[in-house]
Design a binder for this molecule. Structure first.
Ligand code: FAD
Ligand code: SF4
Length: 330
């Protein structure tokens, strides 16, 4: 059995000071971290429990910005009536994730920091060859069972998917991650997640000891008419096979696109913004045929590893269907 220290932090400053020690992890809801410790994937020597830090569980919806604290529970944000009214995509991407029990435990900060569900990554006893867990050791998924792996943003070192849902809607709507550490800083969420390249062990911009304290989402009009479509093998308690976070703002005629936001999940190594599809739709009057044509660009550059080829066919359909929903096209 491996031992570790446990400390409950009283405030953000003391938590950050404690987390400066090597091999330290913050403990929020524990629904990812404790799992990975049991699997011997995460092997921290120190845990800093941040669940009781004051003031980090707030939700504010103003005319300019939506601000969510890192310790707000997934279930609380999903059920917040102001969020549901202002930005359905945020609520939907949360309540379609995991299960009710998990959402009651899990925090927004922990959700952003969840790790891949690659079966080889999660099984160090059977597979030593995982570049993410054990840099330079190879990638068992390339020649293995890779139905649930990525087709976008991959490298020859790693094809693991970023599995979360909420971050997909945050990427579509240009959220900012609020970070505390030796300095306070703000990182656009699209830059927060890193592509695997030759260093899949590096997944995000957070330096050791830094803490996510919240996120901010600009309160744009397209949020009001937004949606998260998640396609998966079963209707609940399952990660996405492919998902789309979309939002649209029409001109006064109710058909011409003034602004549109699209990102996909379940198919890429990080939440994946589809700017080319957005550009193809802006200023155009939409109907089903043109949405399907534009959505084909969703998989530009996609690469199959074998079992996951179906995602290349599925993703444009998910994008088109999500856009038809927000565009009121039957
Ligand atoms: C069976 C199962 C099914 C799931 N299905 C889905 C799904 O369909 N969609 C989905 O999106 N998610 C899914 N999840 C993942 C779930 O949403 C995450 O486990 C959860 O959001 C993590 O939050 P937490 O507070 O429990 O994080 P923890 O487990 O406490 O922490 C996770 C990681 O984040 C770090 N961390 C936590 N808070 C902070 C912070 N504020 N700043 C910096 N680092 C921090 C921790 O150190 C740790 O490394 C599933 C999980 C399980 C177990
Ligand atoms: S896909 Fe990435 S996480 Fe999975 S085995 Fe390969 S290197 Fe490891």
């Amino acid at each position: 059995m491996r031992t570790f220290d446990y400390l409950r932090a009283e405030n953000v400053t003391s938590a950050i000071a404690e987390a400066a020690k090597p091999e330290t992890r913050y403990l929020a809801g524990g629904t990812t971290l404790v799992d990975l410790m049991k699997l011997n994937v995460e092997r921290p020597e120190h845990l800093v429990d941040i669940t009781r830090l004051p003031g980090l569980d707030t939700i504010e919806v103003s005319t300019d910005v939506i601000r969510i604290g890192a310790l707000a529970k997934m279930s609380k944000v999903a059920a917040d009536t102001d969020i549901i009214g202002a930005a359905p995509v945020l609520s939907e991407s949360l309540w379609r994730a995991a299960s009710a029990q998990l959402r009651n435990m899990a925090s927004i900060g922990g959700n952003l920091m969840q790790r891949t569900r690659c079966i080889y990554f999660r099984d160090p006893g059977a597979y030593s060859n995982c570049n993410k867990r054990n840099p330079g050791s190879g990638c068992a998924a390339l020649e293995g069972v890779n139905r649930n792996h990525a087709v976008l943003g991959t490298s020859d070192a790693c094809i693991a998917i970023y599995p979360g849902d909420f971050a997909v809607s945050l990427v579509a709507f240009d959220a900012t991650v609020l970070i505390s550490g030796s300095i306070e800083r703000r990182v656009p969420i699209d830059e927060f997640y890193l592509l695997p390249g030759q260093t899949p062990n590096l997944e995000h911009q957070l330096a050791p000891g830094e803490m996510i304290v919240g996120i901010e989402i600009p309160h744009v009009a397209a949020l009001k008419r937004s949606h998260y479509l998640k396609v998966r093998d079963r209707a609940s308690y399952e990660f996405a096979a492919a998902s789309a976070a979309v939002g649209i703002e029409f001109e006064a005629d109710g058909r011409t696109v003034r602004d549109v936001r699209i990102a996909v999940g379940g198919v890429a190594t990080k939440p994946w913004r589809l700017r080319a599809v957005e550009d193809a739709l802006k200023g155009k009057s939409i109907d089903e045929a043109m949405l399907r044509t534009a959505a084909a660009a969703a998989v530009d550059g996609a690469k199959s590893s074998g079992h996951n080829a179906f995602k290349i066919e599925l993703t444009p359909k998910v994008v088109a269907r999500a856009l038809m929903t927000v565009g009121d096209i039957a």
